[in-house]
Design a protein around this ligand. Structure first.
Ligand code: ADP
Length: 447
């Protein structure tokens, strides 16, 4: 803190207001303020001075500096009229904007106006030598006449106007730049939206093509189902006739056949029976695919269904080392189509029996969340993991798999899966070659 004033002066008459203005500018210049800040300070000083003189009493002006922290110039104007702050404060509101701090102090001995402004970082350090130097120069300062001050003020006004014009030109240039940038942004935006539109058109075209292809696919699939249904239907009558004729030929009551003839008739009957089961399977599948199977929903007694399956399939489970187990159903009843459900479980159990040489074949049912899950588990040959989906394709049979009885058609699983779909459920398989397979049929409790 350097409280030894740089300069003092007293304002008595109006003329002194011009002098204090000039002095203020000089002090500001000496301590290192730039031209604009010099004018700001001088204007603030002359305005406060003018207001104090108007009160009709002398005012003392003191300029000091502080160098601790940010170097700052302080100006104090004091006059001995106590309690004049209330009058001054509102009038000084505008002046406050010209300095960093401004306060009006009211005391018994008089009124004090204190202003301060921080020096710019570029100003030279305020050490004692420099302060003395500044004091000397200010002492030499001879105040000019009001006319001189007017001239200076005019010059400052011109400089300020020049600056305003320069700023206006800058603003105009900036506006032009902004306009150009805007144009660029708009161009980019248009380009992007054009590209987007083109991409959208492409996607729409692609979707149209996709729709067309799926219609074609559906038509082809319907044609296939129709063909299968027609052919199998047409084949059923003659094949049934062949089986009937074979039975007639082999009948005791008919003419006796030679041993060779009997063997050949048996072969014909066996082949025709295989053919009939293929034709029947095909017809069933075609019907399911054509959506011509309507489920008949009813309250199904699972105990009865399981009992029937146990009875009809036990004769097929002829392997001495295989336990054929149809558990007591843990879910006694459910809403479903009894015939279709029994058909599905029969297909799965027949497969399990066909491919299991030792161990067990087991049917069970359990409630799992909102579903009823039927499980057909065997300890048979198993299915390689990469074929778990393929076995549901029509006519697909795992290469090298040997059914223990009957040849099979490769239509049982695709048909069963169709039926499960019609019943509103899903079928999944898990299987390890050599360890066995588990087929799970999951049906909703309320279809
Ligand atoms: P099919 O039994 O008449 O051959 P499916 O569609 O029922 O036709 O089964 C397709 C193939 O899936 C079978 O040929 C067999 O290779 C395999 N498979 C089905 N079930 C089992 C099973 N429980 N264990 C092992 N392989 C099975």
């Amino acid at each position: 803190m350097n409280r030894e004033p740089l300069m003092r002066m007293r304002i008595r008459v109006e003329q002194d207001v011009f002098a204090v203005r000039q002095l203020g500018r000089e002090v500001a210049r000496e301590v290192g303020f730039e031209a604009q800040d010099q004018t700001r300070l001088a204007t603030a000083l002359s305005e406060v001075g003018r207001l104090l003189v108007a009160a009709g009493r002398d005012a003392d002006v003191a300029f000091t500096t502080t160098a601790d922290g940010v170097p700052t110039l302080h100006v104090e104007l004091a006059h001995p009229v106590p309690g004049d702050g209330a009058r001054l404060r509102p009038q000084l509101a505008q002046v406050t904007r010209l300095v960093d701090t401004m306060e009006v102090g009211d005391g018994e001995t008089g009124t004090v106006v204190r202003m301060s402004r921080r020096l710019p970082p570029s100003s030279p350090a305020l050490n004692p030598d420099r302060m003395d130097e500044i004091r000397e120069r200010l002492a030499e300062h001879v105040p000019g006449t009001p006319f001189d001050e007017l001239t200076v003020q005019n010059q400052q006004l011109i400089a300020a106007l020049d600056e305003v014009r320069a700023q206006r030109d800058d603003l105009a240039r900036l506006n032009v730049e902004l306009e150009e940038t805007n144009k660029g942004v708009m161009a980019l935006y248009h380009q992007l939206s054009d590209e987007l539109e083109e991409t959208n058109r492409g996607v729409v075209a692609l979707y149209a093509e996709l729709d067309e292809k799926s219609v074609q696919l559906r038509t082809a699939s319907e044609a296939k189902s129709r063909f299968l249904a027609n052919v199998s239907h047409e084949l059923r009558a003659p094949v049934t006739a062949i089986i009937g004729l074979g039975r007639l030929l082999a009948d005791e009551a008919s003419d006796k056949l030679t041993t060779e003839q009997s063997r050949q008739v048996e072969l014909i009957r066996g082949s025709a029976t295989d053919l009939l089961s293929l034709v029947n399977d095909l017809l069933d599948l075609a019907k399911a695919e054509a959506g011509r199977i309507e489920p008949h929903w009813s309250d199904v007694d699972l105990k009865a269904v399981f009992g029937q399956l146990r009875g009809t399939l036990r004769p097929l489970a002829t392997q001495p080392d295989v336990d054929f187990v149809v558990e007591e159903p843990a879910v006694p009843r459910m809403r479903s189509d009894e015939v279709l459900l029994a058909q599905v479980l029969r297909n799965l159990l027949t497969n399990a029996i066909k491919f299991t040489e030792a161990g067990s074949v087991r049917l069970g049912v359990a409630r799992v969340g909102d579903n009823v899950e039927f499980t057909v588990a065997d300890t048979g040959a198993g299915i390689p993991p990469e074929l778990h989906e393929r076995i549901f394709e029509e006519f697909y049979q795992v290469p090298g798999s040997h059914a223990l009885n009957g040849k099979g058609t490769g239509l049982g699983l695709p048909y069963a899966r169709r039926l499960v779909g019609i019943l509103g459920g899903a079928m999944r398989v898990s299987s390890v070659p050599g360890a066995g397979s588990t087929f799970v049929v999951s049906l909703p409790v309320s279809p």
